[in-house]
Design a protein around this ligand. Sequence first.
Ligand code: MOS
Length: 760
Amino acid sequence: MIPTLLEPAEFEAMMQAPSVASDAPTPAPKQLATRYDGRAKVTGAAKYAVEFEPPTNPAYAFVVQSAIPSGSITAIDQAAAARASGVLAVITPFNAPKLPVSGPQPPARRHVTVLQEPDVFYNGQPIALVVASSLPEAMHAASLLKITYKQTPAKLNFEKRLSESRPPKSPGREPGAQTRGDIPAALANAAVKIDETYTTPYQHHNPMEPHATLAWWEGEKLNVYDSTQYITGDTQTIARTLGIPLENVRVQCPFTGGGFGSKGSTWSHVILAAMAAKLVQKPVKLALERPQMWGPVGGRPATVQRIQLGATSNGKLTAIQHDVTLHTSIMEDFLEPSADQTRMLYASDTNRTTHKLVDMNLGVATFMRAPGESSGTAALEIAMDELAEKLNMDPMQLRLINYAEKDLGSDKPWSSKNLRLCYSQAADRFGWSKRNPKPGSMVEGNNLIGYGMATATYPANRSSCQAVVRILPDGRAFVGCGSQDLGTGTYTIMAQTAANALGIDPSLVEAKLGDSTLPKAPVSGGSQSTASYAPAIVDAALQARLKLTQLAVDDAQSPLHGAQVPDVAFKDGKLFLKSSPTTSDTYAAIVTRAGGKPVEGMGSAEPGEDHTAMSTHSWGAVFAEVAVDRDTHMPRVHRIVATYDIGTLMNKATGINQLYGGIVWGIGFALHEVSYLDDTYGRYVNANLGEYHVPINRDIGEIDVTVLDIPDTKFNPLGARGIGEIGITGAAAAVANAIYNATGKRIRHYPITPDKIMLA
Ligand code: MOS
């Protein structure tokens, strides 16, 4: 009999590495030194959604967007467009195929974006689709549409509408408001107080590859290549929206050119591409233009955050209140929970956090890298710096005094927390002890130099996941999982994890992901992919190895014939007797003798019960040195030094790279990023990468990242927590605090541009 249930002890052992003897020291997981997909990426062999060639010549679709922010479309005259060269179809709310009423995602107001109703809720909303033989023809025909609107007053000025804020209809991942202790009394009695308001602007994700979809039908079956962070969810949403059986939809996405949260949900263009492909009976390619990334596919909501801190004269926090107001779309609620980290980051028995929303005629916002903790720490960590200054205390010291030994928000112990070590290691590497707390006291030529620091934090998440591992007759192996690789390293970790769990070299493993026919995986969002799929792969490898062992002990030709399964161990592509390691049989020989059919193991992993009994978070400390020119007030980041506690570092190349990326984004958050909204017409006026500033190389300076690499085995058997989002957290505030230390000017409104420093 092949054991199908996992022995917990064996599972744990498998997680660590190929084991020889149970008392041998556990070797660190063997890492792939270079990215699995590195060669494909740099040679251009890696293909993205609309680069795939469908079975027959494709048509091209162009999304037409509303030119008004609120109202409805009364007519679309498409006569000229329909006559234009190459045009195959013009789809509008007046002629679009009717979809089932359940809508793409409840609530059904999003229905308008797939042309089911003539209502307009924001400027830029998809209101028609032109399909033609070529993209230029589609774009030209789109310009010939005569659209008549009936306009209604729009809600467009966030700052002027703050008084209209209301509690969220559907809270974020935590209740929208939480209180412990008597806040008013604690604030009234505090020896030292801070009460300030911080703002963060509209931001829009711009992965290198904009959203793009290729769709074609084969009878009732729909094939989709889509740029997505969530193959499994994409497939489900497409099937549900179109009202077709799940098994009739196949979504593939071998490479995602970045996502950052924007590709975690299925937006209207995916549905429109499928709809168009059915209508014109051809494959349809639909790639959003860069400016179309501002509006129809999410973004980060603007926030206004009031923070009140109360402390004793020794710096012990006695009260924390963090009230967040965010904009949301009039179509539906989306809440970025910017106050969530304030519930648990510092020890204060008295704590209140709230979130409120203001309805606006804008597209629906969505998850954007570290949704909550990025904008939340951007405010909270300046407030802590302000409090430290008022206390005449070192900012890191203030954080150590208020170190939270458990999660006071959920009243649970941490699964693992080594934040003290992050502070001390990063501070040493940075040279924090050389900081002069007096603003303007450090000078280099015409520059004022400033040092600032902040705490980084992000929750550790994991979800149910499945995987398949096959041992092949040539001694190689295959690992498959319906996850996706956003450029973060999923292929690499999948191959490495399967190799370690099978005891073979990682170069012998073929990894496949990004196909809905593979076992189901969660969204690559919330920094959860590795922690979810790696245990499933280890389980699948174990199942495959157990089957292989059974084949060997049953095979009269095997040197292992007649042995008991538990007496057999594995290493270097071989099974051997624990009592006599030279009695061995290779994987290749066993599979070949059994007929050459790959030996397959299906695996799965669920978050354990421990997961709900503990609070699981990653931690970090970020230090920044900036220079601010005395004349131009231009701030420049000289260097960032950061240390993170993210559990086991699964792979140095892909892990550290994500932390760099997060920090770079944190610098952009601090100094550059803002979508400017025209509050008369409701369009973002800098909807392009020329005017929506993101950091370039010259903006970054040096980045020095270390990780503690302390396994969090209470979180999962590999000890690895997520790494994708924590890098952006804390980074913006560290830069803001450094600018204050340089200039004595406290800028509380992001981004911190030279004009704000000059006028402060
Ligand atoms: Mo991340 S914003 O959860 O993709």
